[in-house]
Ligand binder design. Structure first.
Ligand code: PLP
Length: 361
């Protein structure tokens, strides 16, 4: 008789699931969310729009209204917009149509762990090209690896989670010009660095740009993301996406958020960028920790004297939740935290100053 092990794909059986322990603490700086929360005006307008909706009915098969709004918002064409249950779903659908057993995909780790997880679930092969010592992307090495392995795609996260580095436009253009696979740029944090590669889409049909409502847009709980791509690719992706993947409530909220972005959300993004500069300046004088520069709403913190796990636990005792990223490749001495409200950032700064290596041991 076949065992359980015989039935599950070996590529899945050996994987560790992506997971996060929920800690209920006053100051939550571990998931790069918008610390100011969703603006009440967006909630009120969303509730008004969904109040009359019949919950017994499916949403539209294709969320045309939101696609059109996102196309205008992002500067692309509506038939090249795919809306997902979080941008993670777009990553999954995209890899589903590209990756067969053994298909190579180029990544540069440390990066967002979902990419590797999805490639491996599908039986594909991750070709990992480590970054340079300052964590910047080693573009020539990535390009060489992509050619050598005939990779189907390269995934660049910019700004990269968890390192905060960006890929610059000349480097991206080099990839788009010299590589004949897909180039996926995950712009989950683009609002914090004003970087935007959408204008390149019209010249480069192999480019895919991923966006999310989970970070700057303050809607992680509603699960919405989108991909911007050539309409031809959007059509193929539509075959791998589940029908009715986004519920009508989330569709309505995303629509309202796009309409009210300039008035309600952009000011919060500005405050986060302002706080990021303040936190960096304050941490520059720390001698036990070193803050790495970041273009996103989070930072890596190098902690060579206090093991990351101890620092995590010590901060938790102060009511501050950060992310221990020490299990990521190359990040054995690092933790990550996101920028919070001014009060939350002050609490983090005070706690870091108070935690001594002896106490945390
Ligand atoms: C948070 C994050 C996302 C967002 O995923 P959703 O499924 O939209 O919540 C995507 N990519 C990266 C790199 C992230 O850090």
């Amino acid at each position: 008789m076949r065992t359980f092990d015989d039935l599950i794909k070996p590529s899945v059986r050996r994987l560790q699931a992506y997971t996060l322990t929920p800690h209920r603490v006053p100051i939550k700086l571990n998931q790069n969310e918008n610390p100011f929360g969703i603006p009440p005006a967006i909630v009120a307008e969303t509730l008004r729009r969904v109040a009359g909706r019949d919950w017994a009915r499916y949403p539209d098969f294709v969320p045309t209204e939101l696609q059109t709004a996102l196309a205008r918002f992002a500067g692309w064409q509506a038939d090249g917009v795919v809306v997902g249950n979080g941008s993670n779903e777009i990553i999954q659908a995209l890899l589903t149509i590209l990756v067969a057993p053994g298909t190579p995909v180029v990544l540069s780790e440390p990066t967002f762990t979902v990419y590797r997880l999805m490639v491996e679930v599908l039986g594909g092969t991750v070709v990992n090209v480590p970054p340079r010592a300052d964590f910047s992307y080693d573009i020539p090495a990535m390009l060489e690896a992509a050619h050598r392995t005939r990779a189907v795609a390269v995934i660049l996260c910019s700004p990269n989670n968890p390192t905060g580095v960006t890929v610059d436009e000349p480097a991206l253009r080099a990839f788009l010009t010299d590589f004949d696979g897909f180039v996926v740029v995950d712009e989950a944090y683009h609002e914090f660095c004003q970087q935007n590669f959408v204008p390149l889409l019209s010249d480069f049909p192999r480019l895919v740009v991923l966006r999310t409502f989970s970070k700057a847009m303050a809607m992680a709980g509603l699960r919405i993301g989108y991909g911007l791509m050539a309409p031809e690719l959007a059509t193929e992706l539509g075959k791998a996406k589940l029908p009715y993947n986004v519920n009508f409530f989330s569709l309505a909220a995303a629509q309202v958020a796009v309409e009210m972005y300039a008035d309600e959300l952009r000011p919060l993004v500005e405050r986060i960028i302002h706080e990021r500069a303040r936190v960096s300046a304050a941490m520059a004088s720390f001698d036990r920790f070193r803050l790495l520069p970041s273009q996103a709403n989070f930072h890596l913190l190098h902690t060579p004297h206090i093991p990351p796990r101890h620092l995590f636990e010590a901060l938790l005792a102060w009511g501050v939740l950060i992310r221990d990223v020490s299990r990521y490749p190359l990040l054995g001495e690092y933790v990550r935290f996101n920028i919070g409200t001014p009060e939350e950032n002050d609490a983090l700064l005070a706690a870091l100053q108070a935690i001594h290596p002896e106490a945390a041991a």
